[in-house]
Design a protein around this ligand. Structure first.
Ligand SMILES: [Zn+2]
Ligand SMILES: [Zn+2]
Length: 254
């Protein structure tokens, strides 16, 4: 008899416990769950879901695309694709030039495959030289691969050269410290490879692109600097290194 009572008590307890569990509000334990993995170029998404009852909170977030992993190469080591013109580069700029076989940076012999340019203007309009510094030695080059060395050379003579200094100090959204003032060819590449006047092609990729005269890091004789007018991209022009404030965008090579 005792056993039967105990048995019923046991069943009864289980029923009570079960009811309590069913009726009790779940103390949700929200955890993020990835429902779409990001790739190099596409973003993913995640939702907030209770790890106990699987209820969804209604919160969701996108996961930023992680970007190509391009290390001394043209193709990404993860997805094996290259950047396209107009993609956002590792420094947070826009890719304006690419070359599958690479090009040489003359300052240290590094082989690079891409140029990216800052989405934003560097400062307001800037001059080439600080105004108290004569730079007639033509120690700068005009070709692809020269801009980084030009920038260092300009600053070695005129440490306050406004355009070069601002580019050198620019860090961009991803805190890269190797931006420079582009050479005239880097500024306006007329490459047979893919993009004619690549720099000026950024008008396609940058909203509200500021039109006007862009300054390069390439000297011309007679205290003049090569520049490019985005309103007239077929022509070169030169501006006074001291007196002509021009638009500036920084470039980096990788
Ligand atoms: Zn729950
Ligand atoms: Zn990739």
């Amino acid at each position: 008899m005792k056993l039967i009572i105990l048995y019923f008590f046991f069943i009864f307890s289980i029923l009570i416990i079960t009811c309590n569990t069913n009726n009790k509000e779940c103390e949700h334990d929200w955890k993020w769950k990835t429902i779409l993995e990001p790739t190099c170029i596409t973003s993913g998404s995640k939702i907030e879901i209770c790890s106990k009852c699987n209820e969804e909170s209604g919160n969701s977030e996108s996961i930023t695309a992680f970007g190509h992993s391009i290390n001394k190469n043209y193709n990404c080591s993860i997805c094996f694709n290259p950047y396209k013109l107009g993609d956002t580069g590792p420094g947070g700029g826009v890719i304006i030039y690419r070359k599958e076989t690479g090009f040489t940076m003359v300052d240290n012999g590094e082989i690079c495959y891409y140029l990216e340019v800052s989405y934003s203007l560097i400062g307001s309009k800037l001059t080439f030289a600080s105004g108290n510094c004569s730079m007639t030695s033509l120690m700068t080059g005009s070709q692809l691969g020269y801009g980084r060395r030009n920038t260092a050379n300009i600053l070695s003579i005129d440490p306050n050269a406004p355009a070069a200094k601002a580019c050198k100090e620019y860090r961009g959204p991803n805190n890269k410290d190797d931006w420079f003032l582009p050479s005239i060819d880097e500024l306006a590449l007329s490459s047979s490879f893919e993009a004619e006047y690549a720099f000026l092609n950024i008008t396609k990729y940058i909203e509200n692109f500021e039109k006007g005269i862009y300054l390069s890091s390439s000297e011309k004789a007679g205290e003049e600097i090569w520049g490019k007018d985005s309103n007239n991209p077929m022509f070169w022009l030169s501006v006074s290194m001291y007196y002509y404030p021009s638009l500036v965008r920084a470039v980096r090579a990788f």
